[in-house]
Write a protein that binds this ligand. Structure first.
Ligand code: ZN
Length: 446
């Protein structure tokens, strides 16, 4: 591999770079240079300059997903680390934080080490979160220092939220001692149980009023205040009231960050598609909530876009809405949903790229094991090439995930990931990529 990509737009938020036209030189898996009119001897130049009036291709750092359920161990029919990594690569992600709610959950140092060993086989960087409490039951704290030493990049009971303010506060203090963030799935489980008296399984209860989320966000912020230290991260915000609570806390200087999913940015309750495929925790909300989320993401109050990729086998997503498992797959459609329906197209594109790269980096921090998502000459190429204008239709046969639970099947989106390189290797080459890019597959980084 030795080639120059000519005439692209380079967006590198960590370096403050947004440059077009630019050339990118890739040599033996290394990002050799970014400059104007690079013309070394005997190097293939692939002219990617757009036709007049068309948008250039983007070259950006590989995306970072703060929130993926890869289901291994215990849920392999729905996803494995390898199938999840393939889906991530197809979506432009080169680093993914796997949630801890596997079966068994990742809730002690030995299980963190086992998860890290499994993740090492993936062609891109899969980091693991450890649970906050044993069995995600909300009562007994995990060995936070031991889990961090074994490789836990962060701590979260995601999927559940039953820890008391005192337990969460203790987790924030312990995690601060090893410079890790604590990620909270903000749904007040007591309120969810009251709203769903017929349901034993709190995760499947279909009725989840906005107040459940606001209450849980306020409780988590109270735990942070009680802890007096630590970093709190609020997962998948979905309602305007939660954004208001976040804003008030930020205004006081609280160490709190937040994420939003592509589906909460881009889809509303009452949209089209089978109801059980649209069932997700927290639920899809109304357009006023979406507008508040978009505003918060654009201004940086919400730091990151995170997929909450949640694969399920078909049997868990049957016609019975009340019984269906919550969640949808999202790695492969994340960028396109944000561009097409999430209000992040046009001049918001560089902001979206920040929220997929530098934003997640700010959330997890440099001690998490994450690599800085940046384009730096001399480092192994870890980047994505995107055609922001390409239309495509989401088809089951085209997905890399083992699961098909997305309400987007058959719908047309705009914005396509053409190439993903992780650690110097091409880990995804789209069928629609210009033919010259196939030579990226030729050489692995030494
Ligand atoms: Zn969650």
């Amino acid at each position: 591999m030795n080639l120059v990509l000519r005439g692209v737009r380079v967006i590198d938020p960590m370096a403050g770079v947004d440059r077009h036209p630019a050339d990118v030189w890739l040599r033996d898996g290394v990002l050799a240079a970014i400059d104007d009119n690079i013309a070394p001897d005997a190097v293939a130049v692939i002219d990617l300059a757009p036709a007049p009036g068309h948008e250039p291709l983007l070259v950006c750092p590989g995306f970072v997903d703060l929130h993926a359920h890869l289901r291994e161990p215990g849920g392999e029919p729905a996803e494995t680390i390898l199938s999840g990594a393939a889906a991530a690569a197809a979506g432009g992600f080169t680093q993914v934080l796997a949630m801890a709610n596997t079966r068994p959950p990742v809730d002690d140092p030995g299980r963190v080490a086992a998860a890290a060993a499994r993740a090492a086989a993936a062609p891109l960087r899969v980091l693991n979160a450890a649970a906050v409490t044993r069995g995600l039951q909300g009562t007994a704290l995990v060995d936070v220092a031991g889990c961090a030493a074994a490789g836990a990049a962060a701590f979260t009971d995601d999927g559940r939220n039953s820890a008391s303010t005192q337990v969460l506060s203790a987790a924030l203090r312990d995690a601060a001692g090893c410079d890790r963030a604590v990620l909270v799935h903000p749904e007040d489980e007591v309120m969810v149980r009251i709203a769903n008296p017929e349901t034993d399984d709190v995760a499947r209860g279909p009725l989840r009023p906005a107040a459940c989320e606001v209450s849980a966000v306020d409780s988590a912020l109270a735990a942070l205040s009680l802890a007096g230290r630590g970093r709190l991260h609020l997962q998948h915000l979905s309602v305007a009231g939660a954004v208001r609570s976040l804003r008030a806390a930020r205004d006081t200087g609280a160490a709190v960050t937040a994420e939003v999913t592509p589906h909460h940015l881009g889809m509303s309750a009452g949209g089209t598609g089978p109801a059980s495929l649209r069932k997700v925790n927290p639920p899809l909300r109304d357009d006023a909530d979406r507008a508040a989320l978009q505003t918060a993401l654009r201004e940086g109050l919400i730091d990151a876009v995170a997929t909450d990729h949640a694969p399920h086998v078909d049997a868990d997503k049957g016609d019975d809405f009340d019984a269906a498992a919550p969640g949808m797959i999202g790695l492969e459609t994340a960028l396109a949903v944000c561009l097409t329906h999430g209000g992040m197209n046009g001049h918001w594109v560089p902001v979206l790229i920040d929220r997929l790269t530098a934003g997640p980096w700010r959330v997890l921090g440099s001690t998490s094991g994450l690599h800085p998502p940046r384009l730096r000459a001399g480092e192994p190429a870890d980047l994505v090439i995107v055609d922001p204008a390409q239309d495509w239709v989401v088809e089951a046969a085209g997905l890399c995930s083992r699961s098909r639970n997305t309400p987007l099947l058959g719908s047309r989106l705009r914005g396509r990931v053409l190439v993903t390189m992780a650690g110097g290797r091409c880990v995804h080459l789209d069928r629609a990529a210009p033919s010259g890019l196939a030579s990226l597959l030729e050489t692995a980084h030494a």
